[in-house]
Design a protein around this ligand. Sequence first.
Ligand code: GAR
Length: 202
Amino acid sequence: MTENKADIAVLVSGGGTNLQALIDAQKSGIIKSGRIKLVVSNNSSAYALTRAENNGIKTAVILKKECSGQSEFEQKIIDTLRENGIDLIVLAGFMSILSENFTNTFKDRIINVHPSLIPSFCGEGFYGLRVHEAALSKGVKVTGATVHFVNEIPDGGKIIMQKAVEVLDGDTPEILQRRVMEQAEWKILPAATELICAGITE
Ligand code: GAR
């Protein structure tokens, strides 16, 4: 905690549009009970890292291929989070499933954004565009996004916020992904982050 704000780490793997939404929400005051202190990526070419650097946020890159396995990879992330005194971990497009050891280490202090209305189209194998491909092939007329706590079950933790988004005729996975991001993810992720930070600091 710094100046009564929760210290946030955002874990990313790719483009980082959700990270950008968090940065923008911090600037506009939607996030006022926390502050993004660190961005951790498991991919050294993630554009999310550039977004962090452009905003003066400290970054760390931790690569699984440089570790002996999942447990060393996770231990390095845990050490980095502890060294930085992190209070809340936000998974924003972080494409690596974390073990029970990791989730128990930060119990009720990890949240994730998922691009569907959980319990639809979630769990192992459902990430990124695949989620929208599955929604379109099922023919659902409404999809959306969910922010939830992270526990040992992939996408299985308690739901914090959800927002529905219409599926339209002619949608491709890419078009649907963009609409879900714009109308749901970029709104509920900052809102849920503020909600949890406010609980941590009160
Ligand atoms: C987002 O749609 C996020 O919900 C999804 O990956 C995308 C990352 O985009 N996450 C998952 O599918 C996790 N299961 P971003 O890097 O632009 O934020």
